[in-house]
Design a protein around this ligand. Structure first.
Ligand code: KG4
Ligand code: ZN
Length: 425
C-alpha cells in the first residue's frame, strides 16, 4: 500500500510517499519520495524557532512540496481536458474548480474545503489550483503529525491533510511525532528489525525520553528530562557561545576542533582542563530522568566569569563546546546503559534530531554492542532521517494502520483531528 505523510510539527515542512509491505512482525518500506524543506535560514536570526513564522512558512510551502513529492514518486498527473468534458465521470474525480463553478454556484464539496482551511486562506487558494490541475493519485492512506510540537505549526499540517483527505476521498489519521522518530530507524532496506523488549532513547529539540517498548506499538516512558531537552540544551549553549542556530551541529563542529587542538598542543589541553569544567547533571541518580537546564546555566556562568576576569578568548569556544558535549553524552550514555541492563533489552533505538551527533552514535553503539554482542540490535536512523521528516511519519502510520485493520476498525475520510503540542505516548 502507498502512504502519503505530512510533517509540520516544527521548522521543517515535509511530505513523503512510502510504499509499505509486510505484516506487523516485519514492516518494510520503499521510499518513493521524502521532500524536506528546512526553515532554518528564516529562524536563524531569532536564535530559535518562531512559531508564527513557522506556521506562515508551512502554509506557503505545503502545496509546492506536495507537488514535488508526487512528481518524484511518478504520481503527478495533469488532468486531460477531455476528462473534464466527460459527463459520465464520477463526481469525486472532478477537480475542485469545476465543483465550485458548476451552475455558477459554489458547491458543497468546495464549501467543505473552505471550512477546513478557513484559517489558512492562502493554502486554500494554492490547494484549489493544485486540485484543478492534477489527478487524484493512487494513494491508500494519508498520515499527518498531530503532536507533539508547536501547535500553530501542527495545525497547518493537520488542516491541510484533512482538506486533502476530503478532496481526494482518501482516509486519514494522525501520527505521534515521537513514534515517527522511533520508526525512522527502519527506513532503510535490509535493516534489522525490532526485537523486544526494546528501549528507545528519543533525543530531540523538544524531548529527551527513554521509552520501554515490550511489544510493537506499546510504549512506557521510564525516564525523561525534568526541564530542557538535550537538543534544546545544545541550542541554548550554542547561543551563549555565539554559535547560532541550530546549536547541535554547531557545538559538535566546534568540539571536533578541540579534539585536534588537544592532541596537537598539550599546553592548550592543560589550560582547557583548568578552565573548562562542567557538571554531569543527575548522572548518579537511580532513576532514568535527566536535567539539562543547569548545564546550560553552567556554560553561561563560565563565560561570564571568564569575561569578568579578562580571560575570555575565542580560542576557548572549542574547548567549552567539547566539554559541554562530553557532559551531555556522559549522562545520556550512562543512563542508557543502566536502563538496558535493568530491563533485559534486546534492541536499543537511538533516535531524534540529536541522534545525528556523531560522537553519540559511535559511543553508544560501541558500548552497547561490545557489552551485549549477538542477540542484540542497535538501531539508529540514517543521518537523512534523524531530523524531522515525513517519511518517518509514514513509517509509523503503517503498523498503526495494520493494527486498526486487524481489529476490524475502518478509517475515516477527513476525520476531526486535533493538533496537540503536548501529545505523548
Ligand atoms: O528531532 P528534531 O529534528 O526536531 C524536534 O523534534 O525537536 O531535533 C532537533 C534538535 C535541535 O535541537 C538540534 O540542535 C539537534 O536536534 N541536533 C543535534 C545535532 N544535529 C541536530 N544535536 C547534537 N548534535 C548534532 N549533530
Ligand atoms: Zn523531531
Amino acid at each position: 500500500m502507498k502512504i502519503l505523510a505530512i510533517e509540520t510539527s516544527c521548522d521543517e515542512t515535509s511530505v513523503s510517499i512510502l510504499e509499505c509491505f509486510g505484516g506487523l512482525k516485519k514492516p518494510e518500506f520503499n521510499i518513493l519520495s521524502n521532500i524536506v524543506l528546512s526553515q532554518i535560514d528564516i529562524h536563524k536570526e531569532f536564535g530559535g524557532v518562531v512559531p508564527n513564522l513557522a506556521k506562515r512558512e508551512h502554509q506557503k510551502n505545503l502545496v509546492p512540496i506536495l507537488t514535488q513529492a508526487l512528481r518524484e514518486s511518478g504520481m503527478l498527473k495533469i488532468y486531460k481536458s477531455e476528462i473534464l468534458n466527460t459527463k459520465q465521470i464520477s463526481n469525486s474525480k472532478l477537480p475542485v474548480q469545476s465543483w465550485s463553478a458548476l451552475g455558477g454556484k459554489i458547491t458543497n464539496k468546495f464549501k467543505k474545503l473552505q471550512k477546513i482551511l478557513e484559517r489558512e486562506p492562502e493554502l486554500l487558494d494554492q490547494l484549489t489550483d493544485f486540485l484543478n490541475k492534477y489527478e487524484i493519485p493512487k494513494i491508500d492512506l494519508i498520515a499527518v503529525t498531530n503532536g507533539p510540537g508547536l501547535e500553530p505549526a501542527l495545525w497547518v499540517g493537520v488542516n491541510f491533510a484533512r482538506a486533502l483527505s476530503q478532496a481526494w476521498q482518501i482516509p486519514l489519521f494522525g501520527v505521534n511525532h515521537l513514534e515517527g522518530h522511533i520508526f525512522s530507524v527502519l527506513l532503510k532496506q535490509n535493516r534489522k528489525n525490532f526485537q523486544f523488549p526494546a528501549l528507545a532513547l528519543i533525543v530531540s529539540g523538544g524531548h529527551t525520553e527513554i521509552v520501554l517498548t515490550k511489544e510493537l506499538l506499546d510504549y512506557k516512558i521510564i525516564g525523561e528530562t525534568l526541564d530542557d531537552a538535550a537538543g534544546e540544551a545544545f541550542d541554548k549553549a550554542a547561543r551563549i557561545l555565539g554559535l547560532g542556530y541550530p546549536g547541535g551541529p554547531a557545538i559538535s563542529r566546534e568540539a571536533e576542533k578541540n579534539n585536534l587542538t588537544t592532541s596537537a598542543c598539550p599546553a592548550v589541553a592543560k589550560r582547557s582542563g583548568d578552565v573548562v569544567r562542567l557538571p554531569r547533571p543527575m548522572i548518579n541518580t537511580k532513576d532514568f530522568n535527566f536535567s539539562f537546564s543547569g548545564l546550560k546555566t553552567a556554560v553561561l556562568y563560565l563565560v561570564q566569569d571568564l569575561k569578568k576576569n579578562g580571560k575570555w578568548v575565542g580560542d576557548l569556544i572549542p574547548q567549552i563546546a567539547y566539554e559541554f558535549q562530553e557532559a551531555v553524552l556522559d549522562v545520556l550514555i550512562l543512563k542508557s546503559l543502566k536502563a538496558t541492563e535493568k530491563y533485559n533489552i534486546k534492541s536499543f533505538i537511538l533516535c531524534g534530531g540529536v541522534s545525528a551527533n556523531k560522537e553519540l552514535r559511535y559511543r553508544l553503539s560501541d558500548r552497547l554492542c561490545k557489552k551485549y554482542r549477538e542477540n542484540f540490535n542497535f538501531l539508529m536512523p540514517e543521518l537523512e532521517f534523524s531530523g524531522d521528516n515525513a517519511a518517518m511519519i509514514a513509517s509509523a502510520a503503517y503498523p498503526n494502520y495494520l493494527r486498526l485493520k486487524a481489529k476490524g476498525k475502518s478509517l475515516k475520510i477527513s476525520p476531526i483531528i486535533k493538533a496537540n503540542g503536548n501529545l505523548n505516548f
